[in-house]
Design a protein around this ligand. Structure first.
Ligand SMILES: Cc1ncc(COP(=O)(O)O)c(C=O)c1O
Length: 411
């Protein structure tokens, strides 16, 4: 008689024999997503060399904050006014890195000394985004992990930490459809982040709103108004927002932007202006023309993305439900937007699952990547990125993942 264990092992061996080559590591759009924006490649031609506001695209003048038309287009994405945004070059991560480096070297508007003169720690949410952890690590900024919850970061824990420790200078996290849990900060939590008492007078929230408009269905949660909440509490420089078009048009080949109060924009604008004369205005105008003409604008193209991406997220949930529900082996998120699904195994077997999946031809993000220094203390979390492969590949890959969870949990 076959035992349950041999059955799972047999299934795994049969899947391995298929010599699959599938990849769930890449938080990237699919080629069909990119195809939505192909018209952008040629939309700026020699008849569109000067913007309606009179800026020559091919020359330096125009200022560090980017085209007026681009600021008007992207300000609503971050929920700010056009004079509260700088539209820059191709990566929000580069803007985050610049703002953090300037904070280390010179301090932020309310600092009395550069941050690098003393110990600096940041609150990070876990599970979270590996590139955030790496950036902080490389800058010598310590990390204080707090849990991500369905309402956003664990606000009670944060209030306690920041009230007593003046070396906790800030926080770096994803407020909307968090990477990887898909959780969105509630307005109540945003309010508490904006008004909490901080031992450091220059405590700054670096809010990476990479997925601000990346809804998967028609009933999205309210966009958290972090900046508004901080302003209302008399802390206008507490919040800096970041975003980009990497998952709206082309990944790493679009524009990034930074939002904040006028004081914040004046501070960072002056410093960024020492690093470049102007951002790439040709790229910005491409986006202005293309997204401005897209039916429904930015919301319109995001709906078209959702049509392509939602079936992939549905496939992840359907396979995991069919294979794992009721077995107490794992829990997983069902995000309403963003780019990831977060899976937690019940037993400390995440690294074993990732290894088994790799041996069966399915690449997963390394276990631990969603924690600082690549170390998940519980070895339970796995980030699933279903957006890039076609849906049939997502289904097959998730079958392998589910079988690996079962197999690893048996031992
Ligand atoms: C939370 C988050 N921020 C930033 C990025 C990268 O954005 P960009 O291409 O604008 O640097 C990603 C990409 O996966 C992300 O998940």
């Amino acid at each position: 008689m076959k035992t349950a264990m041999s059955t799972t092992r047999e299934r795994y061996d049969a899947l391995r024999a298929l010599a699959l080559k599938l990849d769930l590591t890449r938080g990237q759009p699919g080629d069909d997503d990119f195809d939505l924006s192909n018209a952008m490649l040629t939309i700026v031609d020699d008849k569109a060399l000067v913007t309606p506001s009179g800026v020559a695209l091919r020359n330096y003048p125009g200022g560090i904050a980017g085209l007026k038309e681009a600021r008007e287009l992207f300000a609503p994405v971050l929920g700010v006014q056009p004079d509260e945004i700088i539209v820059g070059n191709n990566a929000s991560l580069a803007l985050e890195g610049s703002a953090l480096m300037w904070a280390m070297l010179k301090g932020v508007p309310k600092s009395t000394a550069p941050w690098c003169k003393g110990e600096v720690k940041f609150i990070v949410t876990v599970p979270g985004y590996d590139r955030h952890f790496l950036m902080l690590e490389r800058l010598g900024i310590g990390m204080v992990p707090v849990a991500m919850t369905a309402d956003g970061p664990d606000i009670a824990a944060i209030e306690k930490i920041v009230a007593s420790d003046a070396s906790v200078k800030g926080m770096l996290y994803v407020p909307t459809y968090s990477n990887p849990t898909g959780d969105t900060t509630s307005q109540a939590v945003a309010g508490r982040l904006g008004r909490m008492q901080t031992a450091a007078p220059d405590f700054t929230i670096f809010a990476d709103d990479a997925y601000a408009v990346h809804h998967l269905d028609d009933a999205p949660p309210a966009h958290p108004d972090l900046l508004g909440a901080a302003k209302r509490a008399g802390n206008p420089t507490r919040v800096i927002l970041f975003g980009s078009t990497s998952k709206i048009t082309f990944a790493g080949a679009g524009v990034g932007f930074l939002g904040g109060s006028k004081e914040t924009i004046a501070w960072i604008g002056e410093l960024l202006g020492t690093q470049m004369i102007t951002p790439n205005k040709v790229e910005q105008y491409r986006h202005v023309l293309f997204l401005g003409r897209y039916p429904g604008g930015i919301a319109g193209i995001m709906k078209a993305h959702a049509k392509l991406l939602a079936p992939k997220f549905n496939a992840v949930d359907a396979i995991l439900t069919c294979e794992l529900s009721g077995k107490n082996l794992a829990t997983w998120t069902k995000p309403k937007g963003g780019y990831f699904v977060s899976l937690d195994t019940a037993k400390p077997v995440a690294s074993q699952v990732v290894k088994l999946a790799k041996d069966a031809g399915v690449a997963l993000t390394p276990a631990g990547a969603t924690y600082p220094f690549g170390k998940d203390p519980n070895d339970r979390n796995i980030r699933i990125s279903p957006t890039r492969p076609p849906v049939d590949q997502v289904r097959k890959a998730m079958e392998v993942v589910a079988v690996c969870v079962q197999l690893a949990s048996e031992t």
